[in-house]
Design a protein around this ligand. Structure first.
Ligand SMILES: Cc1cc2nc3c(=O)[nH]c(=O)nc-3n(C[C@H](O)[C@H](O)[C@H](O)COP(=O)(O)OP(=O)(O)OC[C@H]3O[C@@H](n4cnc5c(N)ncnc54)[C@H](O)[C@@H]3O)c2cc1C
Ligand SMILES: *[C@@H]1O[C@H](CO)[C@@H](O)[C@H](O)[C@H]1NC(C)=O
Ligand SMILES: *[C@@H]1O[C@H](CO)[C@@H](O)[C@H](O)[C@H]1NC(C)=O
Ligand SMILES: *[C@@H]1O[C@H](CO)[C@@H](O)[C@H](O)[C@H]1NC(C)=O
Ligand SMILES: *[C@@H]1O[C@H](CO)[C@@H](O)[C@H](O)[C@H]1NC(C)=O
Length: 588
């Protein structure tokens, strides 16, 4: 999530910043994630770079348009002893879950890009059944047109229904079934490998009576090819949203009450600014006036030159080690967000004041940069431009432990609040809610999800300003409080030990062994994530979170970054620039 109003800040500090290259491009809509030539197909995610920067290949790709064609594709894979992954039109997942295996000679892609024609609404039973390649926006618009709403969905609409449920993606709520999309799933058709007499592939039709159903709700793509998904819907409704930009004194005491009080609550915390933004968001009667839209500012199309100069400025501040510069932009950014209500628009055009009231379908999910037709604009992170490039860490906490986490982060912040400006330039720490789920790889108890984004260097071995601070926050989350990583985000270290954090992990593996005993849909890439394997450490591996440092060489001693203890969480091991702190005993 990149934030271009940043430029307002940069204008103050970098009046003469020069843009190095500016190709003339028309409104860029995201490119297809799969590119093939005569010999090989390459898959990229939406950022153009996987979290480990490796290249993901397959020999070939197929684009089924019906359930039968999807079955034939799986049959082909089984007959030819290949490894397959389902790929979507968007490929917005950050880890390499969609990569079949590193030995490309056996790898095959099945894309759901053209498998999106069916959206069947059952108005009596309040359900909708969709092809797995249907896009979130396409589905929302169709159900709203017919007088219904999806209750919960991710905030970003550049995703397919198959991708959303496979990774446990979510919005925010503790009411009803809660914020996780997969908890609205009533049925799943999934194509799995079959015997010769079954034609090498068969369609399983799962619902709540089937023991495999709770495995299939969140399956990371390793059980088979999801063909159709049946979801529950409600009659169309409206919401009222107010953002309260206030101080952050009480987050740890208020986060539970906040979610109980407001159906679509969330909190965005800007630690360096001592600011918390509480979202007061609830249903209102359908006849309440208002046709508001939430066109979230980070998902709007941006002028390409601006995206590139923001990136250039961020890079320059990194190279200069200029924390003050980052704080200046963080402060301007926050002021601009307050002024524009993060992209809420009362009448669809402009923000005129709170509350913003409108239909669910226009307030829950956004992503206008996906359709930009304006010349020279794109999503700020489009890999074809030299735009934003960042990490996204996402940790899911049992609700009861979250207050202590906030207190620890506050202690770390209070050592030097400026150290947090780097994340506050993005979206600070975004706090959302999901409820306990039956899904084996969902949350077993009511939970809190945090996301924070931060600068990623162009080069894998370039250390980053204040990286020790983000590393410590990550390790406090994942190891001190046992938070779980969002399956679709994060750097590799977040997955260490993940399987021991899910009480029903073994039930998931049992289901996987039943549905795909030959591991057609599993390979070394997805195994790394699912089983949280710690990789062999190498020089510089901690710089991009591919390991936790235990020796200086895992950081960058040449550039002054040594492996050190955490400042608040002493068990953390982070790469810290030696001159930054007084107490900097290196580990060796
Ligand atoms: C800008 C941005 C904002 C985001 N915001 C949110 C948010 O608000 N909340 C949130 O939870 N997440 C968010 N995400 C993460 C996003 O929701 C997930 O990455 C989502 O899974 C991506 O869906 P996709 O259709 O691109 O799936 P892909 O990335 O293409 O696939 C994800 C996984 O699902 C598997 N898969 C996909 N379709 C099928 C199928 N039919 N059968 C079997 N397996 C399948 C793939 O093999 C892969 O393993 C965001 C990501 C970005 C880039
Ligand atoms: C196909 O693409 C691969 C990967 O980018 C490249 O190595 C190879 O040379 C290309 N082959 C042809 C024939 O263009
Ligand atoms: C790729 O797969 C398609 C079927 O989807 C097939 O027709 C084509 O021959 C394959 N190409 C190669 C090079 O294997
Ligand atoms: C509603 O569901 C019931 C039971 O699943 C089913 O028999 C009925 O046909 C459904 N109604 C419609 C209109 O499809
Ligand atoms: C915003 O939050 C503060 C602190 O909780 C509270 O005092 C204030 O009344 C709130 N403002 C609105 C408009 O609700």
């Amino acid at each position: 999530m990149g934030f271009i109003w940043w430029i307002l800040g940069i204008i103050h500090i970098l009046p003469l910043f020069i843009i190095d290259s500016n190709p003339l491009i028309y409104g860029l809509t995201p490119q297809s994630p799969i590119q093939c030539n005569q010999t090989i197909c390459t898959l990229k995610n939406s950022y153009g770079t996987w979290n480990d920067r490796k290249t993901c290949y397959a020999l070939n790709v197929t684009y089924p348009t019906t359930e039968q064609q999807l079955r034939l594709a799986v049959s082909y894979v089984v007959q030819n002893n290949l490894k397959a992954k389902i790929v979507t039109k968007f490929s917005h997942t950050i880890p390499t879950l969609s990569c079949p295996q590193q030995n490309k000679n056996q790898a095959f892609f099945i894309s759901t890009e053209k498998y999106d024609s069916e959206i069947q609404i059952d108005a009596t039973n309040l359900t909708v059944t969709v092809d797995s390649g249907v896009k979130l926006r396409q589905l929302i618009d169709e159900v709203e047109k017919n007088g219904f709403s999806l209750v919960s969905a991710p905030y970003w609409e550049g995703v397919t229904i198959g991708g959303v449920i496979s990774t446990g993606a979510h919005g925010s709520s503790w009411w009803g079934k809660g914020g996780a999309f997969h908890d609205y799933v009533l049925g799943i058709n999934i194509v799995v490998p079959g015997s010769k007499s079954e034609g090498y592939a068969k369609i399983l039709k799962l619902d709540k009576h089937d023991p495999l159903f709770n495995a299939a709700k969140v399956s990371l793509g390793v059980l088979g090819a999801i063909s159709k998904v049946k979801l529950s819907i409600e009659h169309r409704f409206k919401r009222s949203i107010t953002f309260n930009f206030t101080d952050d004194n009480n987050i740890e005491n208020e986060y539970i009450e906040h979610a109980k009080k407001y159906e679509f609550a969330d909190i965005t915390w800007y630690p360096s600014r001592h600011t918390a933004v509480y979202r007061y968001d609830f249903r209102v009667p359908l006849d309440t006036s208002g046709d508001g839209v939430y066109d979230f500012i980070g998902f709007q199309a941006n002028n390409i030159l601006i995206s590139e100069s923001v990136r250039g400025a961020e890079k320059l501040l990194e190279n200069l080690g200029n924390t003050n510069g980052k704080c200046l932009t963080a402060s301007t950014t926050l002021a601009f967000k307050k002024l524009t209500a993060n992209g809420l628009k009362n009448n669809g055009l402009i923000f005129t004041g709170y509350p913003v009231i409108g239909y669910q379908g226009k307030l829950q999910t956004s992503g206008s940069c996906l359709y930009s037709s304006k010349i020279d604009t794109s999503c700020a992170w489009d890999p074809r431009i030299k735009g934003l490039f960042f990490y996204e860490s996402t940790a899911i906490f049992p609700a009861s432990k979250f207050g202590n986490f906030i207190q620890d982060v506050k202690k770390l912040r209070d050592i030097n609040p400026q150290n947090f400006c780097g994340i506050d330039n993005y979206n600070g720490i975004m706090i959302r809610y999901i409820k306990a789920s039956e899904a084996y790889l969902g949350q077993s108890e009511d939970s809190i999800v945090i996301d924070f984004n931060y600068y990623r260097a162009n080069d894998q071995f370039t250390p980053r300003l204040n990286q020790d601070v983000w590393e410590e926050v990550e390790q406090i989350a994942f190891f001190k409080y046992g938070a779980k990583p969002h399956w679709a985000k994060n750097r590799n270290l977040a997955f260490i030990n993940v399987k021991n954090k899910y009480p029903k992990f073994n039930l998931f593996i049992d289901a996987k062994n039943k549905m795909d005993p030959q591991n057609v849909f599993s390979g070394d890439w997805s195994d790394e994530i699912l089983y949280g394997k710690e990789l062999v450490k190498f020089d510089g591996c901690a710089l991009e979170g591919q390991c936790i440092c235990s020796e200086d060489r895992h950081c960058s001693p040449q550039k002054g970054y040594y492996c050190n203890y955490g400042l608040v969480y002493k068990d953390a091991r982070v790469c810290r620039k030696l001159s930054t702190f007084v107490n900097t005993d290196s580990l060796q």
